[in-house]
Design a protein around this ligand. Structure first.
Ligand code: AMP
Length: 210
């Protein structure tokens, strides 16, 4: 099954994508993670993306379309995949179509802006292993320290309050129109993204089977 997770940044797409990927035994592909990894490794693509990502702006379409083309060509995508954070613009969705990729379901995780802002500004991540925590909802055992590898947790630059406001604006202006794009194909399912992770997962599974 080829699945897209839509929704504002911080709506919980990543968490759900990981859970569903495990359940269906297919890879989850997060353009945000791929870009952050490139940034960390100082590759040419990472350098190109740096200013955009730190300002909460979208990385240019041709860069992310290139990333996705390369990733989807790998063998592990043969039995399906989950796209988390791609497409984020209409031209990106059109690029998928023109690559001949058939999408089975598009799950939109819907969370009000105020809840998103609270989640994102409270998020803390491990710079070494990538594990994600939250000051209120998912505290590490020892404050400020990664449970998995012991590194000191940091706030992503793009999770700072002023950048979060910009990211939400970018989402409403450029990504939300994708709902209309996919609604027209009959593949869009909307899931309310408030509540426990388990409850939301149950709704996502139902939406995928429906
Ligand atoms: P995420 O972790 O998915 O919120 O992505 C973090 C940042 O990576 C975004 O704010 C963008 O700057 C960039 N990014 C990730 N995916 C895309 C995409 N599909 N199109 C453009 N920029 C993206």
């Amino acid at each position: 099954m080829n699945i897209i997770f839509l929704g504002a940044p911080g709506a919980g797409k990543g968490t759900q994508a990981e859970i569903i990927a495990d359940k269906y035994n297919i890879p989850t592909i997060s353009t945000g993670n791929i870009i952050r990894e490139a940034l960390k490794n100082g590759t040419e693509m990472g350098l190109k993306a740096k200013a955009f990502i730190e300002a909460g702006q979208l990385v240019p379409d041709e860069v992310v379309i290139g990333i996705i083309k390369e990733r989807l060509a790998k063998g592990d995508c043969e039995n399906g995949f989950i796209l988390d954070g791609f497409p984020r613009t209409i031209p990106q969705a059109e690029a998928l179509d023109s690559m001949g990729i058939v999408i089975d379901k598009v799950v939109d995780i819907d969370v009000p802006d105020e809840a998103i802002a609270e989640r994102m500004t409270g998020r803390r991540v491990c710079p070494d292993c990538g594990a994600s925590y939250h000051l209120i909802n998912k505290k590490p055992v020892k404050e400020g320290i990664c449970d998995s590898c012991g590194a000191t947790l940091v706030q992503r630059k793009d999770d700072a309050p002023e950048t979060v406001a910009d990211r939400l604006k970018v989402y409403h202006d450029q990504t939300e129109p994708l709902k209309g794009y996919y609604d027209g194909t009959g593949k869009l399912r909307t899931v309310e993204g408030l509540g426990s992770v388990a409850d939301i997962t149950a709704k996502v599974v139902k939406a995928l089977e429906d």
